[in-house]
Design a protein around this ligand. Structure first.
Ligand code: FAD
Length: 294
């Protein structure tokens, strides 16, 4: 498998965007069967450049995340990045996880802080890392891994000093040695372009991959956006309200909206697209088809 930075450099040299898909560990054997038997084979027809697999909230899916990444790489030949969060891990445990990742042939890590479980405040684990930037440093010192980090076009929800302070922290993370940034979902491209311009102004060369979520359900997207502090533009939210419980119409609108977002992002210089697939293939494939990329 390869470093994602090298895959991206190849795509950039060819004048093509880097396309990636994010998955989460399934909860049941049936979920696993559907994912490996249907969802992933369908998504592979779009020729993705890499995939990534999340690490369960509160550091809960260590084995599963690594297992899934290894299987995607071995069975589908697709370079895959394992997400790794600092929460509830000591430095020594992180070292053990990285040993295991390396043994499984994993070469790319998305270095994250993680969130406290609902109702609790974030607290640094004794002997662990406080911020993702420390995990980036650890990875860089250790060597052998390509490193991604998270970026927040609207600023991170916990950053009490505000958006600009959060963006400064992002620059810090990149300067500690990250190769690339994947953004949190956003629904107003202006937020992405503001962050992209800010990073350019700071002479940051790491690519900023926009995180795109095709809306599948109005209730779900309202919950997700409230949890992570992503704003739903008024027009977008009121259209979802109008469509109400008509799941099919919401899905169609989600495809149309995300297609428009992706088109503008690519036209105005985004280096690629990172899709939050929610372990589903249809909407993502339709969006890529609309863009002439499936
Ligand atoms: P950090 O970069 O450490 O930032 C956390 C907060 O601390 C921010 O408010 C930041 O502004 C502030 N901060 C940073 N450095 C400093 C400093 N030096 N001084 C003061 N304040 C500072 N969560 C999961 O549990 N599992 C996943 O797999 C997962 N995948 C994700 C993938 C993407 C693309 C994104 C965008 C998020 C993902 N998350 C995941 C959520 C993420 O863990 C949370 O948003 C978390 O709260 C922040 O993580 P971070 O890595 O950005 O943290």
């Amino acid at each position: 498998m390869r470093f994602i930075r090298d895959i991206h450099a190849g795509k950039e040299a060819a004048g093509k965007p880097t396309i990636s898909f994010e998955f989460f560990p399934f909860k049941t054997p049936e979920g696993e069967e559907t994912f490996f038997g249907k969802t992933l084979p369908a998504l592979m027809t779009a020729g993705p450049d890499y995939a990534s697999v999340t690490y369960g909230a509160g550091g809960s899916t260590r084995e599963k995340t690594l297992e899934i990444v290894e299987r995607i790489q071995n069975d589908f030949g697709l370079t895959t990045m394992a997400h790794l969060t600092c929460i509830r891990h000591t430095r020594a445990e992180i070292g053990g996880i990285l040993d295991e990742a390396a043994n499984r042939g994993i070469q790319n890590i998305l270095a994250l802080r993680g969130d406290a479980p609902p109702g609790e405040n974030w607290a640094q684990t004794e002997g662990g890392f406080e911020f993702a930037s420390e995990l980036v440093t650890h990875l860089r010192e250790r060597g052998g891994f390509g490193i991604g980090v998270a970026g927040f076009p609207e600023g991170h929800i916990d950053c009490t000093e505000g958006r600009d302070a959060d963006w400064r922290h992002l620059v810090g993370k990149i300067n500690h040695g990250a190769d690339l940034v994947i953004t949190q979902m956003f629904f107003d491209n202006a937020d992405y372009f503001r962050l992209a311009d800010y990073l350019k102004g700071q002479d940051v060369a790491a690519p900023l991959f926009p995180g795109i979520i095709p809306v599948a359900s109005a209730a779900q997207i309202k919950k997700f956006s409230a949890m992570c502090g992503a704003t739903l533009p008024e027009k977008f939210a009121s259209r979802l309200d109008e469509l109400g419980d008509d799941a099919e119409a919401v899905r169609e609108y989600g495809i149309e909206y995300a297609t428009g977002q992706c088109r503008e992002l690519l036209e105005r210089g985004a280096p690629g697209l990172h899709f939050y697939t929610l372990n589903k293939s249809k909407s993502v494939l339709r969006i890529l088809d609309n863009l002439g990329m499936a």
